[in-house]
Design a protein around this ligand. Structure first.
Ligand code: TRP
Length: 367
């Protein structure tokens, strides 16, 4: 492996490379706006729990925007990734259906977007074999996101935990996505996917009779995820009960916000450094109202935490109202979700089979 590639992979989350990734991402955003037809987006989620407002403001809204711009969008429900850091899949079917329901309720249109669980694509596992030959064990062990997940899981490294980034590269590359909207924790995986695309090209070139690379190099479109914290001021996490899930009712939302941590200072100010909890609530209100958090703080002023919580509850519930009512409608008809997933799987499999045959041709494995 070239030193350049090694460095790129190791530093995919370092500060300097984050700044670089942000620049690349901003340039990409401009290019997409110019000519959306040149791009194919793939992104997705692990069905480990229900989507919450962090997902909503951090990624869902952006996916809907891309779809509205006319970019072809693919959404992978990464159900095999659930077993990277835990035993058993949990109530997987309910979660996959719930995730698909959230996508649709948020405005993803199944006529324009391919939604599929990746376990339904055996071709991905086939792609994984040549892909595994294109990565080194050292690279896999060096992946900072895998390291963090391993620490958080507090268990031994499994073969899947170590190699799932290669399976994720198959998620991205099989459909020839060139844009992958993700948070910064996913940058090492994207770097790995680019290395695989490059090395495949280097070793095997193009399929006979074409001058097209089999795999385009996928670029990250960085999302703002992480801009909101949990209601206790720590990282949002389902297991801590500090989130607001999209599927919650307005009453449940109000109750959660009522219990949110604030501080002892009555006068409300936006000061993320010194007053993280209060500022976080202001950020949620600001995102909901599409306004500046400082001006909301000024308006509340001496109204204190009580007024702040009331403002957050009302504006968040109002913003989520259309999504939640769409959600309730969709939930009444699980057969509709079933058929949308079936269609997604069909489309995705046809693409995966085509890509796989190009791979076989390029590798001269056609008998
Ligand atoms: N690893 C991603 C996460 O934990 C989910 C995912 C799986 C994904 N495959 C992907 C994201 C492909 C983007 C592209 O959220």
């Amino acid at each position: 492996m070239s030193t350049h590639a090694e460095e790129a992979l190791a530093s995919a989350t370092s500060d300097a490379s984050l700044v670089h990734a942000q620049k690349v991402s901003a340039a990409l955003e401009a290019k997409i706006a110019e000519d959306p037809s040149r791009f194919r987006v793939l992104t997705g989620d692990r069905p480990t729990g229900n989507l919450h407002i962090g997902h909503y403001f951090g990624s869902l809204l952006n996916r809907v925007k891309l779809q509205q711009q006319g970019v072809e969008t693919w959404l992978v429900i990464a159900d095999f990734q659930v077993i990277t850091d835990r035993d058993g899949v949990g109530p997987i079917k309910e979660r996959v259906y719930s995730l698909a329901t959230d996508y649709l309720a948020a405005g993803m249109d199944p006529e324009k977007t391919v939604i599929f669980p990746h376990s339904a694509l055996p071709e991905l596992n086939e792609l994984m074999l040549p892909f595994l030959s294109l990565v080194t064990e050292a690279e896999l062990h060096r992946n900072p996101t895998v390291k963090t997940e391993l620490d958080a899981a507090g268990r031994q490294m499994s073969g899947l935990m170590l190699t799932y980034p290669v399976h994720q590269a198959a998620d991205i590359l099989f459909c020839k996505a060139n844009v992958v909207p993700v948070g910064k924790d996913q940058l090492p995986h994207l770097e790995q996917a680019r290395l695989i695309a490059d090395r495949f090209e280097k070793h095997y070139g193009h399929p006979a009779g074409t001058d097209q690379q089999v795999f385009p190099r996928p670029q990250a479109l960085l999302s703002e995820s992480g801009t909101i914290l949990g209601l206790d001021g720590t990282k949002m996490s389902k297991s801590k009960g500090n989130t607001i899930e999209l599927r919650m009712s307005e009453d449940e939302t109000a109750k959660r916000i009522k219990k949110a941590v604030t501080d002892s200072e009555r006068h409300i100010t936006f000061d993320p450094e010194n007053r993280p909890e209060v500022s976080n609530l202001l950020t949620i209100a600001a995102l909901s109202q599409n306004r500046d958090p400082r001006s909301i703080a000024e308006e509340i002023g001496d109204g204190g935490a009580g007024t702040l919580k009331k403002v957050v509850t009302e504006s968040l519930n109002e913003t989520l109202r259309p999504l939640r009512s769409a959600r309730a409608e969709i939930e009444k008809d699980p057969a509709q979700i079933h058929s949308i997933l079936q269609r997604g799987i069909e489309t995705a499999r046809a693409q995966a089979q085509e890509t796989l045959s190009q791979v076989r041709e390029a590798m001269n494995l056609v008998y």
